[in-house]
Design a protein around this ligand. Structure first.
Ligand code: NA7
Length: 551
């Protein structure tokens, strides 16, 4: 157990999710004096919190697991191609036990503030339990989707029955059998929940504001023989992930969309639609992401698939997105989602026609009528990527608040550093390679890089490291340019920082949150930076400290 009376560490890591677990593993191996502060009662981050029915990977399980330990790869048997939440949490606990990481973790420790002490080159970390800890370096592994957002409507507290955001799904089982259940939202989360509970509840009403394009997950069990075959291929699997833009096994079709005849395009799509996972998105022609016309043709193909699977033509049309093309928002993968609407107990309410007005004591009110429910499920998304940073009072040099710095424009250097916030590192921060990739693949890259960076700092006796303003500007311009090539820049999705429930994040203001240049490009840039002696970073040694203090 971590010693709660200890007040100073060389490194404090904030967050014990997939990134924090690996970060502390690397630091523990180096014998660094470090601890992890986690707000929740236990480790796991996303996989600790999201306990809603149907929560599972959309990444192939064996590409999601950590790659750093051959022994771990040999030992763990993924049971399903797209592993469910309970199994994922078991996996992360297994990793923590195996490498004895819990002793470096402190739970129920919500960090309220992190202030940089400019004179001492230290971070002062205030925890909600009343303690203030100090550290030389702070590493933020806060989670990209860790701040759930509720609709901005009246009466949220009025409902008398159980109601919760999917992120806060209760830890004890929720009995939905025979119940009248409402689900608000139709993002990746709602699409998983709806597919899972449709035949287990009494009545299910889905409140949809905008439909999302989705595609079949095509999940399956992994037998002993298949797992043995996967283990034998692990090196190859991770090599493939490292060379694809999204960190998956799925490699884009390198043929030009317009060079291939329409029949051949359809043949590819027919094949991909029946394949498991993100193939339909990521094995597709690259023009899907950049060329309006190519995207429109493919979107029409998927629209026809919806029309084939949903029996009522009016409902089918409501489920076809009209405001964006396929793949420009994060594509949810589904199991029986569309077929749910063929069931007599499942109803679709189109909020574009009849917006939600308020929550009542017994259910929900739209502009048209009142609905009564036993349970309300809010699958209404997250204050994505920067939300967790905004919730901590982070202050850098001169007391500047990060929240203010990022209010109108996110800017970072490599997604890892922030000018004005020395000694603060983000292995999976905004504008880093993690947000737009198969997350753990990006995380391992980020954590390995930040760890090497710290080793460099320690080897040279540096006590302060800060990105220059010029380096930050250059990177932020590069990130912005990468968006300009992508159709996704026009979409109302968390990739562009849209969230109707967060003030200032409404439609119309693009926030450049993710790196769209692809993982290989990101890795080559950060590796070049390291090889260059960490260009773009100003370092100071201890010797400079007295001068700085005097000035
Ligand atoms: P998303 O993808 O942000 O989806 C949120 C959904 O909730 C989306 O359909 C929203 O409709 C809907 N929403 C949000 N607020 C409201 C209000 N006020 N009224 C009605 N409907 C609303 O979040 P998810 O949790 O599904 O997925 C997030 C990521 O988690 C996902 O990409 C995976 O990587 C894992 P809108 O589109 O805004 O009209």
């Amino acid at each position: 157990m971590a010693d709660r009376d200890k007040t100073h560490y060389e490194v404090i890591v904030i967050g014990a999710g997939v990134a924090g677990i690996y970060q502390i593993k690397r630091l523990a191996d180096l014998g660094v004096d470090a601890t992890v502060l986690e707000a929740a009662a236990d480790l796991g981050g996303t996989w600790y919190n999201n306990r809603y029915p149907g929560a599972r990977f959309d990444s192939e399980s064996y590409t999601y697991g950590y790659s750093f330990s051959k022994e771990l790869l040999e030992e763990w048997h993924w049971q399903e191609r797209y592993s469910p939440q309970p199994e994922n949490l078991r996996y992360l606990n297994y990793v923590a036990e195996k490498f004895d990481l819990r002793r470096h973790m402190q739970f129920n420790c919500r960090v309220e503030a992190a202030h940089f002490d400019d004179a001492a080159n230290l971070w002062r970390i205030r925890v909600a339990d009343g303690r203030t800890l100090t550290c030389r370096f702070v590493i933020m592994t806060l989670g990209l989707l860790s701040i759930p957002t509720m609709p901005r409507i009246e009466g949220l507290a009025d409902f008398k029955g159980p109601s919760f955001h999917t992120f806060d799904w209760p830890h004890e089982p929720v009995d939905l059998a025979g119940k009248r259940v409402a689900v608000i939202g139709t993002g990746a989360t709602a699409i998983q929940v709806i597919g899972e509970i449709q035949d287990k509840v009494g009545d299910l009403t889905v409140f949809q504001r905008r439909p999302n394009w989705c595609a079949p997950l095509n999940n399956s069990k992994i037998s002993d023989a298949e797992m043995a075959e996967i283990r034998a291929r692990y090196d190859e699997i991770f090599q493939t992930c490292a060379r694809t833009p999204g960190g998956f096994e799925h490699e884009p079709d390198r043929r030009g969309f317009w060079e291939v005849g329409r029949e051949e395009r359809i043949a590819l799509w027919d094949r991909l639609y029946d394949e498991p996972g993100f193939g339909i998105w990521l094995r597709n022609f690259r023009e899907i992401f950049t060329d309006e016309e190519a995207n429109a043709e493919f979107s029409e193909y998927i629209a026809d698939r919806i029309r084939q699977r949903v029996k009522d033509p009016e409902t089918a049309e409501k489920l076809i997105p009209k405001d964006h093309g396929f793949g420009v928002q994060r594509v949810p993968l589904e199991t029986n989602y569309l077929e749910a609407y063929n069931r007599p107990n499942v109803h679709l309410v189109d909020l574009a026609e009849t917006p939600l007005e308020r929550v009542t004591e017994t259910g929900l009110r739209t502009t048209e009528r009142d609905y009564d429910f036993d349970v309300i499920v809010y699958a209404t998304g997250f204050d994505a990527i920067t939300g967790a940073y905004d919730r901590i009072d982070i202050r850098g040099v001169g007391g500047v608040k990060l929240r203010d710095k990022w209010r109108d424009k996110i800017s970072t250097y490599l997604g890892v550093f922030i000018h004005g916030f020395p000694n603060l590192l983000m292995p999976n921060g905004p504008q880093s390679g993690s947000a737009s990739t198969n997350y753990p693949r990006g995380i391992e890259v980020g954590v390995d890089w930040t760890t090497a960076f710290l080793e460099h700092a320690w080897a040279n006796g540096y006590v302060r490291a800060e990105a220059t303003e010029q380096a930050e500007d250059r990177w932020t311009r590069h990130v912005t340019k990468m968006y300009s090539m992508m159709l996704m820049r026009k979409a109302k999705s968390w990739f562009t920082g849209y969230n109707s429930n967060v003030e200032g994040h409404e439609a119309g203001t693009i926030r450049y949150l993710v790196y769209n240049g692809g993982m290989p490009k990101y890795v080559s840039i950060i590796n070049e930076t390291a090889a260059d002696g960490y260009s773009g970073i100003d370092f100071e040694t201890d010797a400079a400290e007295p001068e700085r203090k005097a000035s």
